[in-house]
Design a protein around this ligand. Structure first.
Ligand SMILES: [Cu+2]
Length: 444
């Protein structure tokens, strides 16, 4: 183990989300938050029109210390009413933010100061108290540190917010009415665009996991055993810590986990719900495709989520629009989940729902490249094929220092609510930190 850090709590890291800077004013820590539309990307080339704070979705991370007098000035730059709630904080009713109950909602353009003394310690968050606005991304972390660090002290204190989204291919606006979700994010990014946590071998790490979505997320850590050391209500007494490698983070809950990063390697942290380990799912039928000229796309929201109003999933007018796509690549691959007869000629074009003569009547030759997984010659005859979603796009992340030295092909396993904790020997750790410092210096 590395020697523990000093007695003062170390600062938070929230990968892909900035920390919010405070201004000191007569002994009060003053923060500014603007609720506003935010253009973002879940993965490169997947734009999303979300709502967030200060240009970030989720909003920037607020850090305070127990005993602080805190003033948070909130400005509503949304085109409608907005109400800010401080989740888990024991504050007066008018600060609590439920519109109509003890305070008024903020009109468009209005701003309001929320002031309180922080007497609690733990993982809290702020969010809109209008449910549909929550689903547009209006949430951020609010961390309250103790004056003296908890024992055993940690070297790294990392925050993550889990969110789920329904956004059809060729759309950029989340459908907040949907009950099925095809994009799953950690701090506003989906794997492999989630920035890995780079740890030095021997560090003790705390993860603060927060869920504001429509599902519970069983968050699983590879290669290490952790203890659950805190909830949204604060620190758990040590005698009651629970060992594990998977912790369910329920909607609106927080879970703090801690572990000693003693096993070198690149380790996954991810939600273990199978559908939360994918990007841009739509339906399980039709071609594996992205759109190209001549293919009907952009059908209604219901059909896109698998609710058919007429015909069947393989009908001519639905097929290409219902193809499952991974949001990457630029080719169309003729595949089908329809029953096939072994050994007989199968005209796949009959399942391809397009009159386009370019669609092959035989399955295309297997692409053995790194970029789309290979399949066996008889794969087409196996009912259920294809299931695998192996797609590699390492080159998109080559410039990220945090991804330096990952094994070629690593992006093939990273989708949805997934990120990495890289436990690195000192030489590798120092190389990445030097690259990060150089990049930060160069961008000034
Ligand atoms: Cu999940």
């Amino acid at each position: 183990m590395l020697p523990p850090p000093g007695p003062t709590p170390i600062r938070m890291e929230t990968p892909d989300v900035p920390l919010l800077t405070a201004r000191e004013e007569d002994g009060v820590k003053v923060f500014h938050l603007r609720a506003e539309p935010v253009k973002t990307e879940f993965v490169p080339g997947r734009p999303v029109d979300a709502w967030g704070f200060n240009g970030s979705m989720p909003g920037p991370t607020i850090e305070v210390t127990q005993g602080d007098r805190v003033r948070i000035i909130v400005e509503n730059r949304l085109p409608e009413l907005f109400a800010m709630h401080w989740h888990g904080l024991e504050v007066p009713p008018d600060v609590d933010g439920v519109p109509g109950l003890a305070s008024e909602a903020l009109q468009p353009g209005e701003q309001r100061a929320y002031e309180f003394t922080m007497h609690q310690v733990g993982t809290f968050f702020y969010h809109s108290h209008f449910p549909m606005q929550e689903l547009m991304g209006l949430i951020g972390l609010l961390i309250s540190h103790p004056v003296t660090a908890h024992e055993p002290r940690v070297h790294r204190d990392v925050g993550m917010i889990f969110q789920g989204w329904a956004i059809l291919p060729n759309n950029t606006v989340p459908n907040t009415l949907a009950m099925e979700f095809n994009w799953l994010t950690i701090n506003g990014k989906a794997g492999p665009a989630t920035t890995p946590i780079v740890a030095r071998l021997g560090e003790r790490i705390r993860l603060r996991l927060v869920n504001l979505s429509m599902d519970h997320h069983p968050i699983h850590l590879h290669g290490h055993t952790f203890h659950v050391t805190g909830t949204e209500g604060g620190r758990i007494p040590r005698a009651a810590w629970m060992p594990g490698n998977t912790v369910i983070v329920g909607v609106a809950q927080a879970r703090e986990i801690e572990f000693d990063a003693v096993y070198p390697g690149d380790w996954m942290v991810h939600c273990h719900l199978p559908h939360h380990m994918m990007n841009q799912m739509v339906s399980m039928v039709g071609p594996l495709s992205v759109s190209r000229p001549g293919m009907p796309t952009g059908i209604g929201m219901d059909e896109g989520m698998g609710i058919l109003t007429q015909g069947h999933a393989l009908a001519d007018h639905l097929g290409p629009s219902m193809g499952r796509t991974l949001g990457a690549g630029n080719i169309e691959q003729a595949v089908t989940n329809a029953p096939l007869d072994h050994g007989t000629h199968v005209d796949h074009s009959s399942h391809m729902m397009t009159p386009d003569a370019a669609v092959p009547s035989q399955p295309p030759p297997v692409d053995h490249s790194m970029h789309i997984g290979a399949s066996a010659p008889e794969a087409w005859a196996v009912k259920g094929y294809p299931q695998d979603m192996w797609m590699v796009a390492d080159e998109l992340y080559a410039s990220k220092p945090e991804c330096d030295g990952l094994r070629p092909g690593w992006t093939g396993s990273m989708m949805g609510m997934m990120t990495l904790i890289r436990v690195l020997p000192p030489a590798d750790y120092d190389r990445i930190m030097a690259r990060k410092a150089a990049q930060a210096g160069g961008s000034r």
